[in-house]
Design a protein around this ligand. Structure first.
Ligand SMILES: *[C@@H]1O[C@H](CO)[C@@H](O)[C@H](O)[C@H]1NC(C)=O
Ligand SMILES: *[C@@H]1O[C@H](CO)[C@@H](O)[C@H](O)[C@H]1NC(C)=O
Length: 481
């Protein structure tokens, strides 16, 4: 294995690197020693694009990695995150460029939390990108990685009045945190507007409009970290769903009923002082710039019986637009939301059964719905999806393309005899990227379709029997008196 540690760094860079490396000295010692010795991977070039234009941080990495000629085949590439990033990490996706030039295609790869995760509290947390075909010694490949961080923009000042804009801090590193040697690297930070209050300089650093560029840096040692801080204006709605419970009830009589209970919060800088509706309405461009008054829920096509209500009752200010691909429900809470304000509400709708419930080849039934939250551009801190299967369903099995917590419950509704098996799936830190199809398979005996009508008939019969008995009783009393 070639040793690159003796390559000279430019002096200034070496100085900064040493300073910043103090942070991760222990960390690197631990994680380096846990790297398998046969791993000959190094990053030939890395480009990191950080998109800070919304409330969720999106990071796109393009990594050209190379396996050393003397090493053995590599089956995975590691990604490193600081413990803070790891806490806020919502999703990590990776693809690999395959084929040359015009035939180039990006093949999705699976990403897992690495078993090499170190136990030291401030050590970087590792993720493995599993390569579809191993990287042979001396070969290179290009990976595209996307990851998202939630709750990573810190409002500063933490409290603002109605007429002020929202400013936030974002912290990251000018160089890529990586367990590998990085030969060449640039980082771009994209902000929503030209209003950038300040940013750390780590030469070479350049700013062009709303974008700051760090680098090009060369020859970064494994686990290098150069902290940077940007302070900028971000007035995009910081809509946070602290809790969402989605209940999906399947009835084989032709309908799927969905009920969604939201606990919503404005997660931005807290509102200070009194709220003036007059000022808000007369000067909408500058008053309450970071507040929001409506939200868009993207529902499936062919929804029916849509309602939107809160604890007071129905809210009529919602608009539904449907086309053949989707239904857009625009909802407007009773008051605009400012930083720190909450509101709770419920959305309900029905869906045609034949659009979402199918029979699989093995004879089981399955429902195929979209996971995640229908509200666009929101973070869901705590999501619960409950799929209430028809009465008499057995052996449910869920297929979700990421890790979720799962348990079973029994729900009862009127006319139920044995109750309904309910699959409860839970996930924290959910973003729009989690809105992907998921399935719940179950065994269903059609004889159970008769359970409800039979219950109804028996109830009616029972009523008649009781009624007749009552009449008889009545007569006998009259006779004896
Ligand atoms: C609320 O709206 C739903 C659906 O439009 C309707 O069925 C229900 O009667 C309404 N309730 C009230 C209290 O207005
Ligand atoms: C589920 O639905 C999506 C489209 O909404 C489709 O692409 C996918 O193949 C379906 N999955 C199954 C297992 O039927």
């Amino acid at each position: 294995m070639t040793d690159h540690r003796d390559v000279m760094l430019p002096l200034s860079l070496q100085y900064i690197a040493t300073r910043a490396l103090l942070l991760l000295v222990i960390a690197s010692a631990v994680s380096c020693s846990s790297l398998p010795p046969e791993d000959g991977i190094r990053v030939v070039s890395a480009e990191k694009r950080i998109d800070l234009t919304g409330p969720i941080v999106k990071v796109f990495l393009t990594l050209k990695v190379e396996n050393a000629p003397t090493a053995s085949e590599a089956s995975r590439v590691l990604l490193a995150f600081t413990p803070t990033e790891f806490q806020h990490l919502s999703i990590v996706k990776a693809t690999r460029a395959e084929g040359k030039r015009k035939k180039k295609a990006f093949v999705p790869l699976s990403v897992q939390a690495s078993e090499l995760a170190t136990t030291a509290p401030d050590a970087p947390r590792l993720y493995s990108v599993l390569l579809s075909t191993p990287l042979k010694p001396g070969d290179a490949t290009t990976l595209e990685v996307l990851y998202m961080l939630t709750h990573s923009l810190e409002p500063f000042p933490a409290e603002i009045s109605q007429s002020e804009s929202q400013l936030v801090y974002y912290r990251d590193s000018a160089v890529l945190l990586s367990p590998y040697h990085v030969l060449e690297q640039v980082t771009y930070i994209k902000m929503p507007s030209n209003r950038i209050e300040s940013f750390t300089r780590v030469d070479p650093t350049t700013r062009a409009g709303s974008e700051v560029k760090y680098g090009t840096y060369s020859n970064q040692m494994p686990n290098s970290y150069l902290p940077v801080l940007v302070h900028y204006e971000n007035n995009r709605p910081f809509a946070v769903v602290e809790e969402l419970v989605r209940k999906v009830e399947i009835s084989h009589w032709g309908n799927i009923q969905i009920t969604e209970q939201y606990k919503l919060k404005h997660g931005g800088a807290r509102h200070k002082g009194v709220f003036s509706r007059l000022e808000y309405q007369s000067r909408p461009s500058i008053s309450g710039a970071s507040s929001f008054k409506n939200l868009l829920a993207r529902l499936p096509p062919r929804v029916h019986s849509v309602y939107y209500r809160d604890e007071i009752g129905n809210i009529s200010s919602s608009h539904l637009r449907t086309d053949s691909h989707k239904s857009d429900l625009e909802i407007e809470p009773r008051y605009p939301l400012f930083g720190g304000w909450h509101c709770t509400f419920t959305i309900g709708y029905g869906l045609p059964l034949q659009d979402f419930v199918f029979e699989s080849v093995d004879g089981r039934r399955y429902i195929n719905l979209t996971f995640g939250c229908p509200l666009l551009d929101t973070v869901v801190d705590d999501l619960t999806v409950k799929v209430v299967l028809p009465e008499g369903s057995k052996n449910p099995e869920h297929v979700v393309p990421f890790v979720t917590e799962k348990h079973l419950e029994t729900s009862y509704s009127y006319l139920d005899v044995v109750g309904r098996t309910t699959v409860v799936l839970k996930k924290k830190n959910v973003v729009g990227e989690h809105n992907v199809p998921f399935q719940v398979y179950y065994e269903f005996n059609p004889i159970f379709m008769l359970a409800e009508p039979l219950m109804l008939i028996s109830a009616v019969l029972l009523f008649f029997v009781a009624f007749i008995a009552y009449l008889h009783m009545d007569l006998s009393i009259r006779k004896s008196s």
